[in-house]
Design a protein around this ligand. Structure first.
Ligand code: GLU
Length: 491
């Protein structure tokens, strides 16, 4: 057990919780849990212009749904709080002042307009983008002048002009950046809020984060962060940049590829245990074959060393397969309970609510094998609930039979069923199987006709089980409606 392992998930509340972010959270959570350390959630809400209402709640909701519990952060607090960066501005101002007084940062008075012109000029000259250090060496007098004009400055870091910044990434190994390729980036904006770079470094240090686990897209920020750690004389954490989640076209997974918000997957009827298992295996593996791992197995076996280097593809077919496996593995009662909200939402309005739970309990085992998502359950069971079936799509006519022969078969079945005292699977079978021969039909023809008559579907759970759950009264009414439908067809 390593008590000093402290990982964090540091989302910006700028939108819905993308599955990519959730996988970052998952890796950080798994590592913390595996090591017996702490998992911290910190909300990086310093970009006021990009804040989205409800985003924090959606992110926390996503974490809760996956049961990624956090030891410190929003709602639970902790001794390193507050855990919203917007409530920690003093710390960033203190760091910025310290850097200025040491000569490692400076005030920059360039107007947005000047910066825009500078950028346009760089584009024209095909120069790399970046601040041209116009204010880096302003004299005290020049600064006073700007202040007197009422210009509110930003604070920029005085990036060393030479040398290299190196770090050892646990996934990438040694990474080296030339300082000359890094511009004098902004630390504090004119609205008084810090940039990501400053706030991230100040907080990872203040919160004693031991391992920064984040997506590869942040790797180019890391030399900036290291320069800040150095200037502030702080020890940097260990860095781990994991590969991104890609779409099938090997481009970063985005809306273009379909649902990307974890909340959407919940609404589409994926189980949280599926998503946990599935996301863990995008970029991490136990070995080259194991696909199914429970939460505990993931915690027990997780290691940063087994995160791969190459981008990993989000494979929807595999997700569907895996969800089916997890659905089949649920206890019957668990499946019922998880299906209820989806039935409530998906069944036609005419079906009376609240649903009859005992009836639901009889139905659900019949479809548990076939459901790929919880959202499927309403469609798969609809015919159990509605009062009237609609035979337009599938007329109750058996294979190689005409309407007259089908009507004869249904009428004979009706009489048999009426006489039945027990309406269970075995009694139904014992009564109907011999009937096929008597009517000179094969069983497929008779059972097919009965299937459509009692469900208006051609693919259903096993016929006798289905009829037993529907019950005698409902089956007889349905056969009667099928007969009515046939007489319409015949007239
Ligand atoms: N706020 C950043 C994000 O939205 C955090 C990146 C990091 O983990 O350093 O992903």
């Amino acid at each position: 057990m390593n008590k000093s392992v402290r990982t964090r998930f540091a989302p910006s509340p700028t939108g819905f919780p993308h599955v990519g972010n959730m996988r970052t959270a998952l890796f950080a959570w798994l590592f913390a849990r595996h090591e017996g350390g702490s998992f911290i959630v910190r909300i990086e809400d310093t970009d006021v212009t990009r804040k989205v209402k409800g985003a924090v709640e959606a992110i926390l909701d996503g974490l809760r749904w996956l049961e990624l519990d956090w030891d410190e952060g929003p709602e639970v607090g902790g001794k390193y709080g507050p855990y919203f960066q917007s409530q920690r501005l003093k710390l960033y101002h203190g760091a910025a002042e310290r850097l200025i007084s040491q000569g490692d940062a400076y005030y920059c008075y360039c107007s947005p307009q000047r910066l825009e012109e500078m950028r346009a000029e760089q584009v024209r000259r095909k120069q790399p983008p970046g601040y041209d250090r116009h204010c880096r060496e302003l004299s005290a007098e020049e600064r006073r002048q700007k202040e007197a004009e009422g210009i509110i400055p930003v604070v920029r870091f005085k990036t060393p002009l030479e040398g290299q910044t190196r770090f050892n990434d646990l996934i990438w190994g040694g990474v080296t950046f030339e300082n000359s390729t890094i511009d004098d980036f902004v630390l504090l904006k004119s609205d008084g809020y810090p940039t990501y770079h400053l706030a991230n470094v100040v907080d990872d240090h203040a919160m004693e984060i031991s391992h920064v686990i984040r997506a590869e897209e942040w790797i180019s920020s890391t030399p900036r962060h290291l320069l800040l750690y150095q200037a502030l004389n702080l020890e940097p954490p260990q860095f781990i940049h994991h590969p991104m989640i890609l779409g099938p076209d090997r481009v970063k997974l985005s809306k273009r590829h379909g649902a990307v918000s974890i909340i959407e997957y919940r609404e589409q009827g994926y189980l949280p245990e599926t998503m946990l298992n599935f996301l863990a295996l995008i970029g991490w593996s136990l070995d080259d074959k194991t696909e199914l791992l429970s939460r505990q197995e993931l915690v027990d076996n997780f290691s940063l060393e087994r995160i791969g280097k190459t981008g990993a593809i989000f494979n929807r077919d595999k997700l569907g397969w895996m969800n089916g496996v997890y659905i089949r593995g649920l206890s019957p009662e668990d499946f019922v309970q998880r299906s209820l909200p989806f039935l409530d939402k998906g069944l036609p309005l005419e079906v009376k609510r609240p649903l009859d739970i005992d009836y639901v309990r009889q139905i659900m085992p019949l479809i548990q094998e076939r459901a790929k998502t919880l959202a499927d359950v309403a469609e798969l069971t609809k015919f159990f609930f509605v009062d009237e079936l609609d035979y337009k799509k599938h007329p109750p006519i058996g294979k190689n039979m005409d309407a007259a022969a089908s009507a004869t078969a249904l009428e004979a079945s009706r009489q048999r069923l009426q006489a039945l005292e027990m309406f269970d699977e075995a009694s139904l079978e014992a009564s109907l199987r011999p009937l096929a021969g008597e009517l000179d039909l094969n069983t497929g023809q008779l059972f097919g006709t009965l299937r459509v008559a009692s469900t208006a579907e051609v693919a259903t759970p096993p016929l006798f089980q289905t009829m037993a759950v529907l019950g005698k009264e409902r089956c007889l009414i349905r056969i009667k409606s099928a007969l009515d439908r046939l007489s319409v067809l015949r007239s």
